[in-house]
Design a protein around this ligand. Structure first.
Ligand code: BGC
Length: 368
């Protein structure tokens, strides 16, 4: 099908969804009640969220989903478009947590309830709720996996650290969790950090301030971009001596960057073995895990996150107070949050966790 035709069909499908009723809003049939704004279609993670939203909303929503394509300006425009359509609830995953404060403020001014989705909007009081995975646990699970691969009595294992985009609050939470687990083993010489002078300078400190994490992340960021991740890994390997390689332990923040980084380490003749972390259980990484090219991923069941966000939105529309389980500080307020747990997936449990559970069909993979 031609691209334009596909877009028309997709738009029609969306407007059909949009013309159905959300939780008793039948009298407002023509209106969009819930607006959803996602960061980009360029990463499988967010396309997966769109699909799961469409599945969850079948037959019950006046909803429109828009993508910001990695651009905070477009994100603000998307929010304004949805406001003119009369939304009552905005579910938004910000491209840049700070920049999105302006969009949240604009929504709040119109009396719209703002739900931050997966990533927290920072620096504004205009966020009402936050639906998220336990992101500190994601980093802990990644780091613990690396620790569990160490042969007993190891000293001086080569550790390479990578992080997400500094504009994403989650990048800090993931790194915080990872650092809490790894730092004691760096401090006692089990691991040696090979690719970040900023991290080495802080290796004696377990609980880092945000500004300290920002310094390290500034050096090891992938910007959530595969090409940046690939180049950073290649540069790190070029700068390292053969002695800095051998068996390598790599903290990679998510699946897309893990595959890019893994490909570079796999090519290096001085790397005898590598262990690399990930997150999201993207299909391409599930195949990498089956093939032994990526060591683990942290599975975040997007169906649960979507279900929580949709439930929260329908509670708000019904005038009920949504159920929350904790709070996250966004620099301006403690935002009430509903948090979901995560699961470590390796070659050992990949079939049980992702196929037998019905998350993905077995036919999407080879060599299971
Ligand atoms: C999400 C991850 C995702 C990353 C890059 C984070 O905020 O929590 O699931 O891989 O952004 O898009």
């Amino acid at each position: 099908m031609k691209k334009i035709a596909k877009i028309v069909v997709a738009a029609l499908a969306l407007s059909m969804v949009a013309s159905m009723a959300f939780a008793g809003g039948a009298q407002q049939k023509s209106k969009v009640q819930v607006g959803i704004v996602l960061p980009t279609k360029d990463e499988p993670r967010w396309v997966q969220d769109e699909t799961r939203f469409m599945d969850a909303l079948k037959g019950q929503a006046n909803v429109e989903i828009l993508f910001s394509q990695g651009d905070s300006g477009k994100e603000k425009q998307n929010v304004e478009t949805l406001l003119t359509k009369g939304i009552k609830v905005l579910i938004i995953c910000p491209q840049d947590g700070n920049a999105a404060a302006a969009a949240a403020d604009a929504a709040k001014k119109e009396g719209v309830t703002v739900i931050s989705y997966d990533r927290l909007i920072t620096g504004t009081t205009a966020v009402d709720y936050y639906v998220t995975f336990d992101s500190v646990s994601v980093g802990k699970a990644q780091a613990q996996y690396l620790v569990d691969q160490l042969p007993a009595g190891t000293k001086g294992a080569s550790l390479y650290l990578y992080a997400g985009a500094a504009s994403d609050n989650n990048a800090f939470l993931f790194f915080q969790g990872g650092w809490e687990v790894l730092q004691p083993l760096v401090a006692n010489g089990t691991f040696v950090i090979k690719n970040s002078a900023e991290a080495v300078a802080l290796q004696g400190k377990k609980n880092l301030e945000r500004a300290e994490m920002a310094k390290i992340i500034g050096q090891i960021t992938t910007e959530w971009n595969f090409d940046v991740a690939k180049k950073k890994a290649a540069d790190n390997l070029t700068a390292a001596t053969a002695k800095d390689k051998g068996d390598c332990y790599i903290l990679a923040p998510n699946d897309g960057t893990a595959r890019a980084i893994a490909d570079e380490f796999a090519k290096d003749k001085d790397v005898s073995k590598y262990f690399v972390t990930g997150q999201d259980a993207e299909k391409a990484s599930v195949q990498y895990i089956i093939d032994g090219k990526q060591s683990m991923t942290v599975f975040k069941d997007v169906r649960t996150l979507v279900r929580d966000a949709v439930k929260m939105a329908s509670d708000v529309l019904a005038g009920k107070t949504p159920v929350t389980t904790g709070a996250y500080n966004n620099g301006k307020k403690d935002v009430s949050a509903k948090q979901t747990e995560v699961v470590t997936v390796t070659q050992k449990n990949v079939k049980a966790a992702l196929i037998d559970s019905g998350y993905y069909p077995a036919s999407d993979f080879t060599g299971l």
